[in-house]
Design a protein around this ligand. Structure first.
Ligand code: FAD
Length: 568
């Protein structure tokens, strides 16, 4: 095993990881900072895939209070209000930093102000964007800035375990597999940031990048950290549905399409959303996904078993101009987005749940910080489109500042060597002899059971069965043996590690979903269809697979109140 030391270790190079690196370096340029990432820096994760854009209250007629209220109401009153407040206020600073310091070009109005477009679930058009491929602009500029600084990189290094000190009182470092050689690497660090980006890739239809398999959340669960709101998985209404032969199926068609006035049609080519919600297609993602699920359940579907997205009534030329990237993506799969119909299906997109954390990004484990999609509490029961990249960049920067301050007085700590040995032993399991079943069959089992029993509509029977199925799947994975003992880029080994983590986090989702006996935001129970009292809202906190319900603190505004003086 190779061993390295660094002051600050950042896991992941999305918006959260790269902002943390830049801010820590700016705060203390003498620190050794290492970004370790499963893929290549600047080329992986979901921030790069951001399409629609970034929510921020910039316009004179808008306000951070209004953005805050939209976030709280959209989150069905489950948000940690201090985190949400930090999100909306610091998003203003962060977007200026992205433009003025880091060199991002966002779309502008003729008068030179930044153009902001409509996103569903918001009372004001506040989504900053670069066409419909905003994330590429953000990540390219961030990566360039990181490359230009003395920041170390461990690329194609997969974090496999958070390692504590022997007494367990703090984090000592992280164990990795160097994917290029298969060698184990232990990195000791004074502070570690978990920014591996969650990613609900355990569902049959999903949007996140393939490198994301809930590794950070699984490591946090194994380290005994509390995770909140794990039952809250967001389904995006418009996943592309292009058949089983293509991995384009499940990828997202951006929210701005519905924001701009796109229609959803059923198999009979009839618009159905107004029957479900007065906001029609511009209702929040949870409502639209559920309405679609219901329409699909009636059997009135498109050829591949989904529904249609229709934009042509807005003018094909305008659609082609405003949504160039989306039009090209659909054309690649044989659909004419500008002038025809595109088959769509709800698709698992985002996890509102994650590691519990404080507004300075500290966690229950001293020395461990969290930011971005690995963290929980910012979005409550439902994330507004455009608040995801704001979340990762805002809290990534906060974490960078906080870690730089913290490591000044911290030393490197000795790791629990027995814990390293145990983690290596766990990774080595599939190299032993065992069953030779095709790993794809395990993946399909996971996809189907999560989609059917822990998906858009849930009930007690299905959730109980899902837990039993997940336990059986975990045991089957433990009995699995790899076809090749080669370690260099052994992607089947990494798939096995991915599946182990996905199953662990899926169990947390199923257990939390069984504990929440009401319907709220993204979590819908057909056996408890009503939402409980907003005033007595509780969030789920899961630790070592035991759930407790904790009261939400209404630190800034209580249900029935608003921070807005003039409500439109
Ligand atoms: C298709 C798509 C479109 C989206 N559009 C929008 C939008 O328009 N607006 C919006 O606000 N949000 C959008 N989102 C959500 C948004 O992308 C995420 O909320 C946000 O970018 C997450 O940032 P992050 O830094 O937490 O994670 P990511 O950007 O996903 O980065 C995670 C990083 O962790 C690395 N990693 C993972 N596992 C390991 C491991 N074991 N060891 C080391 N490294 C690891 C990954 O390789 C990656 O570098 C979209 C998401 C998708 C998938």
């Amino acid at each position: 095993m190779r061993e390295l030391d660094t002051d600050i270790l950042i896991l992941g190079s999305g918006g959260a990881g790269l902002f943390a690196a830049l801010h820590a370096h700016k705060a203390a340029p003498g620190l050794s900072i290492t970004v370790a990432v499963k893929g290549l820096l600047g080329k992986c994760g979901c921030t790069r895939m951001v399409q629609g854009g970034y929510n921020v209250a910039l316009a004179r007629e808008d306000s951070v209070e209004r953005h805050f209220m939209d976030t709280i109401v959209g989150g069905a009153w489950l948000c940690d209000q201090e985190l949400a407040w930090k999100l909306v206020t610091l998003a203003v600073e962060r977007i200026r930093e992205l433009e003025n310091e880091l060199g991002c070009f966002f779309d502008r109005n003729p008068d030179g102000t930044i153009h902001q477009k409509a996103f569903a679930g918001q009372t004001f058009d506040r989504t900053v964007h670069k066409g419909d491929l905003t994330g590429i602009e953000i990540i390219n500029r961030l990566a360039e800035q990181v490359w230009a600084r003395k920041i170390s990189r461990l690329e194609e290094h997969r974090a496999v375990e958070l390692i504590k000190t022997p007494s367990g009182d703090a984090i000592a470092g992280v164990l990795f597999v160097d994917m290029r050689t298969g060698e184990y690497v232990f990195v000791r660090a004074k502070a570690v940031l978990l920014a591996t980006g969650g990613g609900p890739t355990m569902y049959k239809y999903h949007t996140p990048s393939g490198d994301k398999t809930c590794d950070g959340l699984a490591m946090a669960l194994r380290a005994g950290l509390p995770l909140r709101d794990m039952e809250m998985v967001q389904f995006h209404p418009t996943g592309l549905l292009a058949g089983t032969h293509t991995r384009m199926t499940g990828t997202v068609l951006e929210e701005g399409l519905r924001g701009a006035g796109g229609y959803l049609l059923n198999g009979a080519k009839e618009r159905f959303m107004p029957r479900y919600d007065p906001k029609g297609e511009r209702a929040t993602r949870d409502l639209v996904s559920r309405a679609m699920f219901s329409e699909i359940g009636k059997g009135n579907t498109s050829p591949h078993g989904g529904l249609y997205l229709s934009m042509a009534h807005l003018g094909p030329q305008k659609v082609a101009k405003d949504f160039k990237g989306m039009v090209e993506r659909c054309a690649d799969c044989g659909f004419d987005l500008a002038g025809g119909l595109v088959e769509v299906v709800p698709t698992a997109h985002y996890m509102m749940g994650g590691v519990e954390f404080a507004p300075d990004c500290t966690t229950a484990l001293p020395g461990l910080y969290v930011a971005g999609e690995d963290s929980g509490g910012v979005h409550g029961a439902n994330r507004l489109g455009g608040n995801g990249v704001a979340n990762s960049t805002v809290f990534g920067a906060v974490a960078g500042d906080a870690m730089a301050a913290w490591v000044k007085d911290a030393g490197l700590r000795e790791p629990d060597r027995a814990a390293i040995d145990a983690a290596i032993e766990a990774c080595e399991r599939p190299f032993r002899s065992g069953s030779r079943e095709n790993l794809e069959t395990f993946r399909e089992r996971l996809y189907d059971l999560m989609w059917e029993k822990v998906g858009i509509v849930r009930d007690a029977t299905g959730l109980l069965q899902a837990q039993a199925d997940l336990n059986a799947l975990d045991r089957a994975l433990d009995a699995y043996s790899l076809p090749s003992t080669e370690r260099t880029f052994n992607l089947t080994w990494h798939d096995w590690l991915n599946l182990k983590n996905l199953v662990a986090v899926s169990r947390a989702i199923a257990v939390a979903a069984a504990a929440r006996k009401e319907s709220r935001g993204a979590h819908f129970r057909s056996d408890f269809a009503e939402s409980g009292s907003l005033e007595r809202s509780t969030f789920t906190s899961i630790r070592n697979m035991t759930v407790s319900m904790k009261p939400v603190a209404f630190t800034r505004v209580a249900p029935g109140q608003t921070l807005l003086r003039h409500v439109a």
